[in-house]
Ligand binder design. Structure first.
Ligand code: TGC
Ligand code: FAD
Length: 424
């Protein structure tokens, strides 16, 4: 009874059952170690062209700078202008000079940037997905007209202030407040501290999330540095980081900072405002970290083929080394296909935030674990920054932590699986 074949079932529904079986195809298909599951075959010509533009820029202009930038903990804000000229910032936005590309093409850009360094991807994501994305999704027409084009060209730098010294994983408990300004009619007064904010020391435009005192609800505000009287906005740099050193990070300290009432996002209230922005940025990270893993794999493979130990054998010949390379290659390939699928669903308007939690968590975790294992292939040379592997490992710890630490995404998924809330 259960033995009715698939062929018979399909035949009874008038479906063609005899798809041509071409066993010789096995012989003619070769395995590509750098694209094992043939992601390339899923991409459109436009997506490939965008990927190529991003790859050329990243390899020709970013890669030669990264070592010195990382050593000196120096972020050159001209990078944002260069990215802006190429249309890489806020690239899914249609209008204001942005190209309005699809989410897969945008994912391919973040993969190329992070292949060089997670910090460069961070600067780009915060500008494009978090600050510009927030203004595009929730800002008034006036705010869009005033800021989007300049941010898109990298003429202005933007950041996104959600995390506070006492509230990271739990931003709902934030202490930053907005209340009617005591002396300036038509203004709110913002007070509070945001910390670990990418781009803040060099930002012109700050998307700050604060609780409106009148309602107790979280609202988004655009704080414009050029409009802040002295002493009301400070953005000290957080230096001496041991990861993400090619990106600039700082605080946002607001002390009764006057912000025009029309700089508050008019409609969105509560955590769904910042989280909606985070959906796009977390999706981008899922692509980006695989770019970093792919670079680590490429460098480890080259090293293993060149380095000889025991009777002149390349260490790539030894099984334990091969396992590390095989694991990394497998997780990179799986991660890319999962990100591709979520990108496709996002383009079709069929993505659930939990899908993004799943790929953000999984790809960050696997990128970190594999890169750390690949580091061992370099032996003592791994300690030299010229081999780049240590930089990726340190960066990938950060990517696993920001935009929702991996365990927090596990709890978001656990809640979706069980219907039970772990946070309360
Ligand atoms: P919860 O009750 O879950 O949700 C509150 C409201 O928000 C809505 N919501 C979402 N809406 C859209 N997209 C999502 N992903 C959403 N997640 C939640 C939800 O429907 C609800 O709406 P409503 O209308 O009912 O009010 O809130 P909770 O307080 O229980 O949340 C807990 C938790 C852990 C899920 C959340 O707080 C969390 O995700 N924590 C992680 C914090 C985080 O990701 N911070 C990121 C800071 S920005 C950053 O790191 C940038 S680094 C960038 C770089 O340098 O590249
Ligand atoms: P905590 O929330 O204190 O968490 C510490 C540990 O406890 C984590 O492992 C966490 O998973 C665990 N934990 C917490 N609660 C629970 C729970 N209920 N159950 C189980 N485990 C739990 N933020 C911004 O707003 N904008 C930015 O641009 C930005 N850029 C950043 C750049 C860098 C370089 C870094 C390091 C951080 C950045 N962040 C930014 C902040 C980042 O989002 C937070 O660090 C992150 O959300 C974690 O918050 P926390 O550091 O306060 O850790």
């Amino acid at each position: 009874m259960f033995a009715r074949s698939v062929a018979r079932r399909l035949a009874s529904r008038n479906v063609i059952t005899r798809a041509p079986v071409q066993s010789q195809r096995w012989a003619s298909t070769s395995f590509k170690w750098d694209d094992p599951l043939d992601l390339d075959s899923l991409l459109t010509e436009d997506q490939k062209a965008i990927q190529e533009t991003a790859r050329s820029y990243c390899q020709e202009r970013l890669a030669p700078r990264v070592l010195e930038a990382y050593r000196k903990e120096d972020y050159d804000k001209k990078i944002l202008e260069e990215m802006g000229e190429l249309g890489l910032l806020g690239a899914t936005i249609d209008g204001y000079g942005m190209p309005g590309i699809d989410n897969i093409a945008n994912g391919l850009i973040t993969r190329e940037v992070e292949r060089v360094d997670s910090g460069y991807r961070s600067g780009m994501s915060v500008q494009g997905s978090l600050c510009m994305g927030g203004i595009n999704d929730f800002g008034s027409q006036e705010l869009k007209d005033k800021y989007l084009e300049k941010l898109g060209k990298g003429k202005l730098v933007g950041c996104f202030g959600l995390t506070e010294p006492n509230h990271g994983s739990d931003p709902g408990s934030m202490e930053t407040t907005a209340k009617p300004h005591p002396t300036k009619e038509g203004y709110y007064s913002l007070s509070g501290s945001k910390t670990w904010i990418t781009n803040s020391p060099i930002s012109d435009v700050f998307l700050v999330w604060a609780k409106l005192q009148e309602t107790g609800k979280i609202r988004g505000f655009i704080v414009d540095r050029s409009m802040c009287p002295p002493g009301t906005l400070e953005t000290p740099k957080l230096g001496d980081k041991n990861g993400l050193r090619a990106s600039i990070t700082g605080m946002i300290q607001l002390d009764e900072c006057p912000v025009p009432k029309e700089h508050m996002f008019p409609e969105v209230e509560g955590l769904k405002g910042p989280f909606a922005c985070l959906n796009s940025a977390r999706y981008g990270i899922a692509w980006g970290v695989i770019g970093a893993l792919e670079d680590a794999l490429d460098k480890a493979r080259t090293y293993a083929l060149e380095r000889k130990q025991f009777k002149g054998n390349p260490i790539a010949k030894y099984q334990l080394v091969q396992k590390k390379l095989a694991d990394a290659s497998t997780d990179a390939a799986y991660g890319l296909l999962a990100a591709y699928q979520v990108g496709k669903l996002k383009d079709e308007g069929r993505v659930a935030p939990e899908m993004i939690s799943m790929i953000k968590r999984q790809n960050c975790d696997r990128a970190l674990v594999n890169t750390r294992n690949l580091q061992e292939i370099f032996g003592g040379n791994a300690v030299s920054d010229e081999y780049h592997i240590g930089r990726h490992v340190s960066n990938l710890f950060v990517t696993q932590t920001y935009e929702g630490q991996s365990d927090i995404h596990a709890l978001i998924l656990g809640r979706a699986v069980t219907g039970l809330q772990a946070f309360v």
